[in-house]
Write a protein that binds this ligand. Structure first.
Ligand code: HMG
Ligand code: MG
Length: 302
């Protein structure tokens, strides 16, 4: 399989990146981050989630953030919706895309969304139906597609099973998520192959956390299968409050550096992206987790 010539990156930094921060990040900072990401050429941004503010206080300002964004034409804005209540709240914010999120592991499903995998699918079905009726695209996230913090290794058959359930309720695209970043290339390829039993190559993406430093290798391994859509997070921010020890997503800057170095187009201006990453890292008072951004920033100052 030839490598793709163009790759679409969804920056999930404002959502996956910030949901795990203990200190509340002001809505104005989140909005500015979204503005900087779109200025850098990101065409899809996962902005926030419409989940319970008791479970994830950091995302309680979802409506304020969505209302504050100056939308740029050609950019799509997505939000997470775990149930009808979240979807109904999200509709007022006019998202281009919603994300329903399930897990390949029963234990993680319980910890993350307080229900079984089967119950989660039952909850999502009316959400998917309502979203599609309203012309809103529906993406699905499949957490713990390689490993689970509670159950250990996850067999590809369980990923195939979940992908089949997602397809059955009309989810239009699914992301293979390595929530805790334990995957290595062959395992991630097997999870992706399992997903491809139910979805076409154009309907799948990779969502790799970088806890064990494998996310770039896993990105390359799936690029080699022809996958061309990935979720990444500016500065490598992120983690899930219900997956203890999991660190951020692979840094958007590192993936852009990898892709551009392989002559794969992303439409993203790496220098502007680095500026966006520096903006949020400075706000959080910490160094970027992106190796490429750190190296290029050092070069700028030397
Ligand atoms: P629950 O407690 O089982 O829900 O939570 P419930 O239906 O029993 O409702 C309990 C209370 O929550 C009620 O309020 C509801 O109104 C309220 P009360 O009457 O007690 O005041 N409620 C809501 N409030 C706002 N928005 C809503 C909503 N739904 C109910 N949508 C629920 C179930 C799913 C809501 C909860 O478990 C939850 O919010 N979990 C948060 C999950 C989450 O955000 N996880 C992180 C994102 S997923 C992720 O990071 C993984 C991903 O990146 C891929 C990967 O890396 O794996 C996508
Ligand atoms: Mg994630």
């Amino acid at each position: 399989m030839a490598l793709p010539t163009r790759v679409k990156l969804v920056d999930v930094g404002p959502r996956d990146g910030l949901q795990n921060e203990k200190q509340l990040v002001p809505a104005t900072v989140k909005i500015e981050l979204v503005h900087r990401l779109q200025a850098a050429g990101l065409k899809e941004i996962e902005v926030t989630s419409f989940v319970s503010p008791k479970w994830v206080p950091q995302m309680a300002d979802n409506l304020e953030v969505m209302a504050g964004i100056q939308r740029q034409s050609g950019v799509r804005y997505s939000v997470l919706t775990p149930n009808l209540k979240g979807f109904e709240a999200a509709v007022a914010a006019r998202p281009d895309e919603i994300v329903v999120f399930a897990a390949a592991s029963e234990a993680f499903s319980q910890k993350n969304i307080n229900c079984s995998i089967a119950e989660s699918i039952e909850r999502f079905a009316p959400v998917v139906e309502a979203a599609r009726a309203a012309g809103i695209f529906v993406r699905g996230a499949m957490s713990c597609s390689v490993g689970c913090p509670y159950e250990g290794d996850i067999a590809p058959e369980r990923v195939a099973y979940l992908a089949g359930l997602m397809k059955g309720i009309g989810v239009q695209h699914v992301g293979v998520a390595d929530t805790i970043g334990v995957g290595t290339p062959r395992k991630v390829q097997r999870a992706m192959e399992a997903t491809l039993q139910h979805y076409a190559l154009d309907e799948v993406s990779g969502h790799f956390h970088d806890t064990y430093g494998q996310a770039l290798a896993n990105t390359l391994a799936t690029l080699e299968m022809g996958v061309w859509q990935y979720d990444t997070s500016v500065s490598g921010l992120g983690g899930c409050p219900f997956a203890k020890g999991a660190t951020g997503n692979v840094a958007t800057e590192d993936v852009v550096y990898l892709l551009h170095g392989m002559d794969i187009d992303t439409g993203i201006d790496l220098q502007k992206l680095i500026d966006a990453g520096q903006y949020i890292s400075e706000h959080l008072g910490r160094k970027s987790s992106s190796r490429a951004a750190t190296a290029l920033l050092n070069k700028r100052t030397s």
